[in-house]
Design a protein around this ligand. Structure first.
Ligand code: HMG
Length: 400
């Protein structure tokens, strides 16, 4: 029998502040319905300068790494497109903070929002060959386009952590998938730019076109896997995006012979769609983790899914790379998720005014040759950036 490999544990961490999209719309002189309905966002997670991608990553991963895992984890892989260092991987800090055994390797992967899937697939392949070992995968990002820009309403911040093992408790990932690459400039960030360059409208068209191409190829090569998908999780830069992709595919299929089966699948995926968008609607885009935020939302909020159901995952990263994955929900999958802790995470957040958000946005960490200590601004037991000493960042756990 084939060895099952996949997501054994999953957790989300978001910064403890957010803004209301209606208030942002008013401040920008835009009809609030454009953000809440047109784009489909109600709130947006906001970070201060001290809540960097490592703080987000460690806090996402800490609750899912148990004592018995530390010796069994062979790799710590961080996917991000918000790195603050061109050389040293964010995963090295995570590895130290979580006391993973020293003989695990740690590295970072990049390809816009697709990178999280590259990390997950690499981890799953590794565990398929070594079923007694584990891999820790973290997707962590701060999505920013600049104040008063076209992309401002589609920002966000957060991290998703997953433990990839054999006989997973949550989602077994199928070995076969459909990958896709198309060298394009829809969204990219040259090293000298603080914010990404983005061709907003083109990026949504390219996402739609990519979805169609990947689904067509999947239907040719893996028709049974496509046919078995009960619900489809999407990369969600904003919650309307997946729905737009479904519509684009439906329009593409209209009047095409033999498209009834896939059209009925699209209807089925639309029925599950809203459950997958609940978290993103209150967080925004978290780039590499966005698809897995959608998955987490589906797992927790979709009452019409149950163990044994097949879930598809459509991963998209600008530039552009995509992949369609297939997974199967495992018995008791909801019990393996700390749902109460996630509810508290959202419930404990502090709302910022638009003025406070704009002030935080301009904050910068020291870039000088001295030592600067930072205060504890996280809850007891969480990790925080404690100091930067001669360009070296040090993270500590706030006393319990
Ligand atoms: P925009 O120009 O601000 O908005 O750009 P718009 O004019 O296209 O309007 C957006 C929607 O609101 C439209 O609906 C309007 O009709 C509607 P649609 O026609 O698209 O269905 N609307 C209203 N609805 C109700 N009441 C109203 C109203 N007014 C308008 N009063 C855009 C929006 C998303 C392009 C912009 O915010 C942007 O550039 N964002 C960043 C790029 C992005 O998120 N692209 C998504 C695809 S690329 C991707 O997913 C990769 C990415 O995650 C990066 C990575 O891979 O690393 C971004």
């Amino acid at each position: 029998m084939e060895q099952l490999v996949g997501i054994d544990r999953i957790n989300l961490y978001i910064p403890p502040q957010y803004i209301e999209m209606e208030e942002l719309a008013k401040a920008r002189g835009v009809d609030p319905a454009k953000f809440t309905i047109g784009i489909g966002q109600n709130q947006m997670a906001v970070t201060d300068a001290m809540q960097d991608i490592v703080v987000l990553a460690i806090n996402a991963a800490a609750p899912i790494v148990k004592d018995q895992d530390r010796e069994l984890i062979d790799q710590v892989i961080v996917a991000t497109e918000s790195a603050f260092d061109y050389s040293k991987a964010a995963s090295t800090y995570v590895h130290e903070a979580l006391k993973i055994n020293p003989f695990a390797k740690s590295y970072e992967v990049k390809e816009a929002c697709y990178a999280g899937t590259a990390a997950l697939q690499s981890a799953a392949d590794y565990v398929r060959l070594r079923p007694d070992r584990k891999v820790l995968v973290i997707m962590t990002d701060i999505a920013r386009y600049g104040l008063n820009t076209g992309g401002e309403s589609t920002q966000g911040a957060g991290a998703i952590a997953m433990l990839i093992t054999a006989n997973p408790a949550i989602l077994a990932i199928e070995q076969e998938s459909i990958g896709f690459t198309n060298n394009q400039f829809d969204f990219w960030r040259p090293q000298y730019a603080d914010y990404p360059m983005v061709e907003g409208r083109f990026s949504t068209q390219l996402y739609n076109q990519t979805f169609i191409e990947v689904m067509e190829e999947a239907s040719r090569r893996l028709p049974e896997s496509v046919g078995s998908i009960e619900a489809l999780a999407f990369h969600l830069p904003f919650t309307k995006m997946g729905r737009k992709a479904i519509k684009a595919y439906r329009d593409h299929l209209v009047d095409k012979e033999g498209s009834q089966v896939i059209l009925s699948k699209l209807d089925q995926w639309e029925e599950h769609y809203d459950a997958g968008t609940i978290f993103s609607r209150h967080v925004g885009n978290i780039y590499t983790g966005s698809l897995y935020l959608c998955l987490l939302s589906l797992l927790i909020n979709d009452r019409n899914l149950s163990a044994g159901d097949h879930v598809g995952l459509f991963s998209y990263g600008s530039g552009a790379v995509a992949e369609l994955l297939f997974g199967q929900l495992q018995p008791g999958y909801q019990d393996a998720i700390e749902i109460r802790a996630l509810q508290d995470l959202f419930g404990d957040r502090q709302k910022l005014s638009i003025q406070e958000y704009e002030e935080i946005y301009q904050e910068k960490l020291t870039q000088s040759d001295e030592k600067v200590e930072y205060p504890v601004t996280v809850e007891a037991g969480r990790f925080y950036l404690a100091e930067i000493d001669h360009h070296r960042r040090y993270y500590r756990q706030a006393p319990q």
